[in-house]
Write a protein that binds this ligand. Structure first.
Ligand SMILES: Nc1nc2c(ncn2[C@@H]2O[C@H](COP(=O)(O)OP(=O)(O)O)[C@@H](O)[C@H]2O)c(=O)[nH]1
Ligand SMILES: [Mg+2]
Length: 95
């Protein structure tokens, strides 16, 4: 299963994925320097499936929230089965 993030820049998308998987999806040096994702980030969370009795993984695609990188965001969410809409509770919805 592939899950994409969605939400405005600086609302905690990458932070949430790091908490879930232990991996920083900001992998490029420029992304780490700026603290925001420009391309796409890929992280995963392994788990044991009771259904199949096998080791499986939830796969996440972290996408940019900045409007300048909208094309990259669309490329990321286009392949996902599900999305997590992440809104910072202290900032509210932003367009
Ligand atoms: N306002 C707010 N900031 C958060 C929250 N969770 C994480 N942050 C901080 O917001 C900053 C940006 O987080 P990041 O995950 O890079 O946001 P992204 O651009 O949506 O991926 C970091 O300094 C985080 O520590 C939250 O729930 N609310
Ligand atoms: Mg991010």
């Amino acid at each position: 299963m592939i899950i994409a993030t969605a939400g405005h820049v600086d609302h905690g998308k990458t932070h949430l994925l790091q908490a879930l998987t232990g991996t920083n999806a900001n992998r490029l040096p420029e992304e780490q320097k700026r603290g925001l994702i420009i391309g796409l980030g890929y992280v995963f969370m392994p788990y044991h499936s009771e259904q199949t009795q096998q080791r499986e993984a939830l796969r996440f695609i972290d996408v940019p929230g900045h409007e300048k990188f909208l094309c990259n965001m669309l490329a990321g969410v286009g392949t996902a089965h599900h999305a997590i809409l992440i809104v910072a509770g202290d900032k509210g919805m932003k367009l």
